[in-house]
Write a protein that binds this ligand. Structure first.
Ligand SMILES: NC(=O)C1=CN([C@@H]2O[C@H](COP(=O)(O)OP(=O)(O)OC[C@H]3O[C@@H](n4cnc5c(N)ncnc54)[C@H](OP(=O)(O)O)[C@@H]3O)[C@@H](O)[C@H]2O)C=CC1
Ligand SMILES: O=C(O)[C@@H]1CCC=N1
Length: 266
């Protein structure tokens, strides 16, 4: 990625998280990063770090090798039309946009423009994203370059485009689901005696530890749960009560509701 320049079109939640991640991990020099939005004053903090902040999408595309689309789904086709004249086959378009497929993006960008989809999550700001990537095999020669950007910002998986909606739900929306668990556990922690700060700290570090146990071992979660559930003990009483109240079921139904929402938008 050393000599490459990246334009992020849409400096909102995800666009700025990407830039913060690039700076945090030093994946690229700030001078090689361009980011656009209409209200550029909201990106002054990035400008101070030497990131190029622009209101012109065309200028950003002209300056860069990789163009990342981080605008809202309803804007993406119009914005591709706006920058089409600045695109050429040596540039790569990478769309973060949920629910807009490669065929639609390719049509708007032009048939000769390499188009990828990437679905990261907001933990990209810390270099801890899970980023799923999909592309047409016509653009296989660009895979390494696109993947190298996101490998510096967390973990990556190459998936078939048909699974992109599922990746959006599990990986991208997943941050919000996990944090809602964190909030609920914290609220429970307050009720049983901790201050809000301490309850949140204990919950967050425990969630981090639980994730690491699975990521490092590859074990099924239940194998690690079995090590915690002393027979006739405290954990199993709580877990069973959570299940009686529909814990796993509500999570699965929530995931499916998000998935149906993407499918409905198509
Ligand atoms: N948030 C997330 O966790 C994830 C989001 N996504 C996808 O990423 C995309 C962006 O989401 P998110 O960051 O949450 O949305 P935001 O609304 O936070 O960001 C979109 C940004 O685009 C800017 N914008 C609007 N119009 C233009 C324009 N014409 N030119 C340049 N910039 C413009 C807006 O700023 P201004 O009004 O100042 O122009 C705004 O800050 C969506 O398509 C979403 O599906 C995918 C995975 C995860
Ligand atoms: O909620 C949304 O529509 C976007 C896509 C994935 C995360 N946020």
């Amino acid at each position: 990625m050393n000599e490459k320049k990246v334009a992020i079109i849409g400096g909102g939640n995800l666009g700025t998280a990407l830039v913060e991640g690039i700076l945090h991990t030093q994946t690229m020099a700030a001078e090689n990063v361009y980011i656009t939005r209409r209200r550029t004053h909201l990106l002054d903090h990035l400008k101070e770090k030497k990131v190029n902040v622009l209101s012109s999408n065309v200028e950003a595309v002209e300056a860069c090798d990789i163009v990342i689309l981080a605008i809202k789904p309803y804007q993406v086709i119009d914005i591709l039309a706006e920058v089409k004249g600045a695109l050429n086959p040596d540039k790569i378009v990478v769309s973060f946009v949920a629910g807009v497929n490669i065929a639609e993006l390719q049509k708007a960008a032009g048939a000769d423009i390499p188009v990828f989809r990437a679905m990261p999550n907001t933990a990209i700001a810390l270099g801890e994203s899970m980023t799923c990537i999909a592309f047409d095999k016509r653009w296989s020669d660009k895979q390494d370059l696109v993947e190298s950007l996101f490998k510096g910002l967390g973990s990556t998986a190459i998936i078939n485009e048909e699974l992109m909606a599922a990746a959006t739900v599990l990986g991208s929306c997943g941050i919000a689901y996990a944090l809602r668990f964190m909030r609920a556990a914290t609220q429970g922690g307050i009720e049983i005696g901790f201050s809000a700060e301490m309850a949140q700290f204990i919950t967050a570090q425990t969630m981090k530890g639980a994730s690491e146990l699975i990521l490092r071992s590859g074990h099924h979660p239940e194998r690690e749960i079995d090590k915690v559930t002393t027979p006739m003990g405290i954990t199993i009483s709580g877990l069973n009560e959570m299940e009686h109240q529909g814990f796993s079921s509500s999570l699965i139904q929530g995931l499916v509701a998000s998935y149906k929402k993407i499918e409905k938008k198509k």
